[in-house]
Structure formats: C-alpha cells, structure tokens
Design a protein around this ligand. Sequence first.
Ligand SMILES: *[C@@H]1O[C@H](CO)[C@@H](O)[C@H](O)[C@H]1NC(C)=O
Ligand SMILES: *[C@@H]1O[C@H](CO)[C@@H](O)[C@H](O)[C@H]1NC(C)=O
Length: 426
Amino acid sequence: MLLLTFLLIQLKIIWIFTANDGSNFPKDMNLYVTFPPILERRESIPLGHLRPLGWQRRAESPILEDSLNMEPARFYHLYVQGNRSVVIRGMVPSLDVLWTDSYLSKTYGHLNVTVATRKQRLVDTLIMMSLEIFLEQYRHDDLYMNTIIPDEMKHETPLPSLINCGTFRDRLLEPVLWISAGDTASLLLAHSQNTLHCVLDGRKDFIIYDFSNQSPRDFDLIRQTNGDLYSRIDVDLVNAYKYKCLHNIPWYWATLREGDCLFIPAYIFHQVRAHGRTIALSIDMAPPDTRDDFIGNDCEKNPPIYVSLNKGQFQWRYEHGTRHLSKRTITIEDARAYLLLLLGRNDQLYKDIFREFFHQATYELAKQDLTLPTANDLWKQLNNDENNEEYITRSRLKSIPSNILQLLADILQKSARIHEYDKFEL
Ligand SMILES: *[C@@H]1O[C@H](CO)[C@@H](O)[C@H](O)[C@H]1NC(C)=O
Ligand SMILES: *[C@@H]1O[C@H](CO)[C@@H](O)[C@H](O)[C@H]1NC(C)=O
C-alpha cells in the first residue's frame, strides 16, 4: 500500500537479517469465515462495541459486479468517472507457476522486500528483509509483506489488459505485492490514488463505506504526506461509544478469492481483512481529470484478459529496496507529465505533494550529492506566482517554461540512473 512505502524513507530503515526462533504459535489458516458478520444485539451497549469493524451496522449489499469482458471505455465511464467500486471476477489467472513458499524462497528468496508489522494495533512499521527470511517468519509472526514488486518477479505476475491501454496506461503508478498469513486486518483508510486490487491466492474481505451524505471527519483521521487518509479506529476492537457514526454510515461488502479484482476509486474509505495464506496484487493508478473523455485509440478490440506485469509502464520500480522512477530518459515533457499526474483529478498541485514526489524520486541521489537543489528550491522556480506559494494551478503547470522544467528533468534523470553510474564506476 502506498502509505507504508512512503513512510519508509522517513523512518530509519531497519534491516532484519536473521530468522526469529519461531517460538510463536502458527497462525490460524482457516479460510471459512462468516462475512459480512451476523450482528449480536445487546440491550445495554451500543451495537458492535469492542467487536471488529463491520459489526456496528448491517451491510447494505454486495459491491456491484461487472463482466470480465468489459471494455476500457465502459470501465472509465461507469466506475472511474462514476466514482464507484466494482468487482470483476476471474480477471487474473491462477498463477502459471504455483507460488508455494518453497518455490518463492528458492527463486526469489534473495530479493529484498518491504514488510509491515503492526504496533499497538494502530501503527504499521516498515522493515526490510529478504523474501526468504519473510517466508520463514510470516506464518508465525505478526508481519505481512507489502512491497513494490521487484522487477525479477514481474514476468510471472498478471496485469489486466483493461487498465493497460488508453487513458489508464499512462497513469500506472506502481504494482504492490501483498503476502500474509492468518487473519490480517488493514486499518480503515482512503487512498489518494485509484486502485485495482486483485487476489492471486487465498481470500480477502472488503468493507467499503459510503460517505456520499456525510463527512468522514468523525473517523479520527490522519493525513499522510502523499494525501492518503488513515483512521485511528482500532479495527479489531471498535469503541462504539466513541465512534457512534459507524451506526449511521452505510457500507457495502465484497469477498475476493483467487482471480478476482476490485476497483476502488480514490478517497473511498475501505478496510480489508485477509484470511489464510493470501497473495494479492494492488495496482495504483493516478486518477484522471474526469472532465476529460476516455481516450483509447490504442486499446485492442479483443485483448487477452491479462498480460504479464512487465508489459506495463509503471511510474515507479523497486531497486535495492527503494523507489526509483522507471524511465531512464526523462525529457521536459516527461517532467511536465509527472507534475500533471500528481494533480490527479484536482486543479491545484500542492507543495507538500510535490515535495513528497521529489523526495521519493531523488532519495538516494540527495544522500550522495549534497549540492542537489531541494524540493523547496525547485518549487520556488516552478511556482513563480508570488500571491500563491502553496499551490500551482493546472493551467500554469501546462505552461511552465522549458528551461525550468529542464532543471527538474535533469535531476530526475540523474536519480533514475543512479545505479547505472555505480556500475559505470566499478
Ligand atoms: C539486499 O540488501 C542487502 C543489505 O543491504 C544487500 O547486501 C543485498 O545486496 C541486497 N540484495 C539485493 C538482491 O538487492
Ligand atoms: C468519490 O467519492 C468519495 C466519497 O464519497 C469522495 O470523497 C470523492 O471526492 C469522490 N470523487 C470524485 C471523483 O467525485
């Protein structure tokens, strides 16, 4: 998930090199869980007090499903422009090679991945370890993997063709791979990006809240620098006295199993619970300006339902455990395109969003080259509107002069190629 990998650069990264002694009990791997829950009413206390999220109100109905053969334009009009979640079943194949623990460990065990552990139920801390060590621990310990998928694994991972053309193709940000064991609950959250979440193995239950008629402020929110919103509600033990609002907000549900995908538009609040051994892929996409119509000249008539993930042009890739821009050559127009992607569907690009992007893209270079201009230096040049230091409008972004964009493009390109310089110098 985006947040966790974003947090990564702000925390001191903790490296774990040894397996724990395995003294914890194995987790419960049962896949047969009743969901949505059957509510238990008691006279004296509010419904769902000290129960998991979802026990505070009866679910309205399952999330809408649509056909596997849906055309990209339909997907755009009904769900992206329409701001609606949708389930598509059977969209990704059962994995060509069975991703058993021993296969993953043998083939990809040396790769470094990002792993999250839950602290005091409310905060996820990120640690980095090899996939092999993760696989030795995850069936016992309180941790799950969520990593931008390493390039080496992409040829075995599916990318639905639905989002690999037209307006969608240029907005692919990053594919995140999840592996967990036992019951693992996410926090209640809303992403700043559109997400297509696909289950490759196991089971995931989703709760989606519908806020169309009220404000989510009562959720006790924390805003991340990348724009994502997290709620402080303890999703395993909800305080229904404090969060009375949960009795009033309608929610919808979906259970995804192997092959199923769920589209969740940006800023829709949701919570996820995985059961058993679960492997899932979530693909983040920058929300388009929904006033624009779908452009799909390059969309094939009857494409294969999926291709391999390495066919997708994602903005980010993962190398040496950190994010890098995928492009190796970054032109002025690429630099402008990155800025426009940061806008999503908004008309203003805020400084903190730019700063976060710049940190992510130049993290390693900035450590090596102390003379590198900072995000603030660049912002001052990009934003020459003195009345307005906090944001740049869409129309201004489209007309930033080339010489200023060139500076940004040069820095981004140098950062993207940082490991090529390593090799060159060797
Ligand atoms: C993983 O990280 C360790 C520690 O920094 C490093 O020595 C190793 O080369 C990395 N492995 C890969 C495949 O990048
Ligand atoms: C979609 O719905 C959510 C929740 O109601 C809202 O916060 C968000 O602004 C909406 N997005 C669009 C594109 O209308």
